[in-house]
Design a protein around this ligand. Structure first.
Ligand SMILES: [Zn+2]
Length: 110
């Protein structure tokens, strides 16, 4: 398993001590798992990063759970919040529907 280079000085001689990665050249210590949790990276159908407040367009018809209503392809939505989840990670306000959770891979940035 190869370790990432030091984010402070780019040294390749990083070593692991329990949960921490340590750089022997500049003394920088960090927790690689903690860094992952900080940055919620949710991507749309094209691989573009989505952020709170982004406007998106639905790229396929989406059935609304527990109803016969469908969100049509091309419907616009506003992302209220991006959540750290496996699916339905976008808390959206969808045009003509209202608030609902949408899966990121079914939208693209408008
Ligand atoms: Zn370093």
């Amino acid at each position: 398993m190869s370790l990432p280079p030091c984010p402070a000085c780019n040294s390749e001689y990083v070593y692991q001590d329990q949960n921490l990665l340590i750089c022997p050249e500049c003394g920088h210590e960090w927790d690689p798992n903690e860094a992952d949790e900080d940055a919620v990276q949710v991507k749309d159908a094209n691989g573009a990063l989505l952020n709170d407040g982004d406007k998106v367009t639905v790229i396929k018809d989406l059935k609304i759970k527990g109803s016969s209503q469908v969100i049509k392809i091309g419907t616009k939505a506003l992302i209220r919040r991006v959540l750290d989840k496996k699916d339905h990670e976008l808390d959206c306000k969808v045009d003509g529907v209202g608030e609902m959770m949408v899966t990121a891979k079914f939208v693209k940035k408008a």
